[in-house]
Structure formats: structure tokens, C-alpha cells
Design a protein around this ligand. Sequence first.
Ligand SMILES: [Zn+2]
Length: 285
Amino acid sequence: MEITLVGTGSPIPIPERGGTSIVVDVADERVLIDCGPKTVYGLMDAGIPFGEIETMFFTHHHLDHNASFFHFAFTSWTDGGRESLTVYGPDGTDRLVDALYDVYAEDIEYRQDIYPTDGISNIETELVTDELSRQMDGWDVDAVPVEHSIETYAYRFTEHGTGSSFVFSGDTRKIPSLVEFAEGADVLVQDCNTAPVDEDRVPDADEQFVWQQHAEGEGDLNQSTLTANHCDATDAGEIARDAGVETLVLTHVMPYRDLESMRRDAESAFDGDVLVAEDGLTISP
Ligand SMILES: [Zn+2]
């Protein structure tokens, strides 16, 4: 199994981090989880031939997890040569695919004249409505609901041949059922949205656009809504410790955050390996 963190950012765009997307190479398959802003460019930067991706999963339908779906669906088909796609996800997944066919009907017809495969018409959706447990060819996938501001799922992937296991938390506040779900996983990639700002990471406003609210530690943003729907690094460390995972990866990183303090906070609760995600990071459990 190999896990590539293609995009590790948040809804607030910064040049060095795309929105959430993760590629899992499991058994003989290449699977995509979420498809946030910049995913197609991130897949290219990571050297992943993404026309091979014919299975994808959405944790939830917030913009920073799905905004590149149309771009991915087109480019993986046209020049990528993708022949089919099965899209798993919560309510909204079906409407997203319907919107592709509705808004882009003429564009699709035009491109079907140019490109030889049926990859754009062979898209199926599988709605995840509660818990999900599927045996695939050489691997299993399980899903459980987590607690965010909208319907959201965590996913667990298990490779039959090696026994390797990987859990992605989705976006969630800290809940006991996530600990149970992640038990004994080799790798837990965990939402860690709330963290202090590091002033040294704020770019010079003369050289680059700066999100001032975030540079000043969120300004007048409603912190309680953010903290009620996400984990911080201490939460992440406690989840990793209680689940007994091997490696914890902190992701969903907001702009200008203090990455060292994130790592320290997680390590204060958890003895295993702690990584702060960056776009393109690859982990092989
Ligand atoms: Zn979210």
C-alpha cells in the first residue's frame, strides 16, 4: 500500500497547499479520496498517471474536498484515457455527477467526438448512507459516519496481501467512534484544522496576497464553529494514542500555521511517528 497526500490544505487557498485529496495505491488499484481545489495539478506534480483512477470516495461535500471533481472527471477521461469511474460518497454525490452531465452536456458531446473512450459516460455513483463495508479485489473498504457540520464519513482501507491498513478521518470533531474505527491502523491521516499562527510563515504582503484575518490569528472569525467541527493537534494525538495506530499524519492545514507546535501537541499525547502533511508526501506502511 502507498498513500500520497496530494492536497493538504483548507478552504483558504495558499500556493503551497491544494484542497484535500489523497491517492491510495492498494492491491492493484489506484483510488482517489476527495478532490479539493488544485487536485489535478497536485496529481501531476506527484507523477501519478491519474487516468488509471477508476474508483473514488468523497468524505463530504464541502468545497475544499470536491471543487476539482469536474476538472478531474474530464481530464482523467480525455487525455488520461480513463474508461470508467465509480464514485462513492454521501448525499450530494449523485447531484454532483448529475450536474456534470447537465452543465457540461454540450462540452461532453464535443469532446466525445475527439476522444475515443467512454470514460465520461461510464460514471456510476454509490451513495454511502450509514456504515459501508465492501470487499474489493485484494482490498477492503469500510466507512463510518463522523461528526462535522454536514454528513461526513471516515474511510478505512485494508490490503489483503500485506494486511496494511490506512484510515482517513475526513473532517470531524473528536469522537469515540473514530478511535474504535481507527484501532490498530498502520497509518491515520487526521483532520487537524485548529492550530496557532506562526507569524514567520505569513508572506510579505508586497510580494504575495495575504489573508489578513488568518495572519492575525483569525481576527473576528467565529472560532467556536471551527473548533466544534474539527480536531486540533492534541485531539489528533489522543485519537492516535487511544486507537494504537503506528503513524499519525496531521492534515487540513490552515494558512500560516505553526507546524512545529502542531507536531509537539500531537507528540505530547502520542508516542508513535507524527508527520505534519505537505502536498506530495508519500507514506508506505
Ligand atoms: Zn469540511
